[in-house]
Write a protein that binds this ligand. Structure first.
Ligand SMILES: [Fe+2]
Ligand SMILES: [Fe+2]
Length: 182
């Protein structure tokens, strides 16, 4: 069993305060996409979904007159750095295994290179999954940050994803047990 579920994270006051800044709908969709890509890539889907859910938790409110101010954002943004630390705090407070919290925080730190000087990041498989999932949900003009989802629907999607992760981990454990027995 996992120490921490997506629902634990999603309903924590830290997530409630910061997750909406760049769009709950985007956060959940990236978590879902990261889970599916991870399953196909031999990456831990629990870590991928958690990093996907929290990948943009570091955003500052870049709104001016109700619109995201891209100029201001480009000049000042460090959301991946901030998000990595913020997600790590949330994970540790929720009881995540410290090594997993570090792994997830690193995937958040490296989910984008938009804040870094020019150059290519060398990503490990989990980090690549989170980055791909984020890119897959991006819309022109940052529209993905404005998409809305109501709370009940959001919670249902989170709980659905938790079930998929638990099922995956259960059947994987079963496979390992069978391998040991045979
Ligand atoms: Fe981001
Ligand atoms: Fe994003």
């Amino acid at each position: 069993m996992r120490n921490v579920t997506l629902e634990n994270l999603f309903t924590h006051p830290i997530a409630k305060k910061y997750l909406g800044r760049s769009g709950i709908a985007h956060a959940i969709t990236v978590a879902e996409k990261a889970f599916h890509i991870a399953q196909k890539s031999g990456v831990d889907p629990d870590q991928a979904a958690k990093a996907g859910l929290l990948h943009d938790i570091g955003h500052y409110t870049w709104y001016r007159n109700g619109e995201w101010d891209y100029q201001l954002y480009k000049e000042n943004d460090i959301h991946a750095i901030k998000g990595s630390a913020r997600a790590h705090k949330l994970l540790i407070r929720s009881g995540e295994v410290p090594q997993d919290a570090k792994t997830i925080a690193l995937a958040i730190l490296l989910h984008t290179d938009s804040y870094l000087p020019d150059g290519e990041l060398q990503l490990n498989p989990l980090q690549r999954v989170v980055s791909l999932a984020d890119e897959a949900d991006e819309e022109p003009g940052g529209e993905h940050h404005y998409r809305k989802v109501d709370h009940i629907n959001a919670l249902e999607r989170i709980q659905g994803l938790d079930m998929l992760i638990d099922n995956y981990l259960r059947s994987n454990n079963q496979k390992h047990t069978n391998l040991r027995i045979n």
